[in-house]
Design a protein around this ligand. Sequence first.
Ligand SMILES: [Cu+2]
Length: 184
Amino acid sequence: MRASPRVATALFVALLLPACAGGDGPDEELAVPAATALETEPDDDPAGQPDAEPDAEPEPDTDPDPEPTGAPEPEPEPTADAQPSPEPQPAANPCDEREPQSFSTSVGDFLFEPADRSDLCVGDRITFTNAGEISHTATNRAGAFDTGTLAAGASATVTLDRTGELRYVCLFHSQMNGTLTVVG
Ligand SMILES: [Cu+2]
C-alpha cells in the first residue's frame, strides 16, 4: 500500500504547480480591480462631455429658426401698396404745388369784372379797383373779406383766408355780386 516514487513525484509536482500558479494568480487579481478603477475614473470626464454637447446643440437650433421664420418678405409688399396711395393726394390739391398769387378785379358802376374766379388758394390776394364814377364795396357777408367803401379811383386788396365758395356783393348795389372759389 506504499506509494511509488513516481506517484510521490507527481504529487510533489502537483503541489508545486498550484503554488507557482497561485503566486501569479493574486497579482492578476489585483491588476483586474486596478483596471476597473481606471475605467470608473474616466466616467467622470465623459459626464462633463455630454454637458457640453447639449449646450452647443440648442444654439444652432435657435439660429436657423429665426432666419426662416423672419418674414421680411411679406412686409415690403404692403409698403409697395401704400406708396401709390399718397401720390394721388398732392394732385387733389393744386394749391400745395404753387405759391400764393395776386389777382386784380375791376369795379365798375354796377358790375365786377371779372365777377367770378375759381381755383383760388388760401393766401391769394385780390385787388379791387374802383374804375367807376360812384362808390362801391366788395363785401363777403360771412366776414371772409371786405374792401370797405371804395371811392372813384380807389383800390383795396383782400387776402383769402379760407376755402369755399365766397360770394360777395356791393353793399350799395345788391345787383353787383360775384363769387371767389377757394379750393385749398
Ligand atoms: Cu356799388
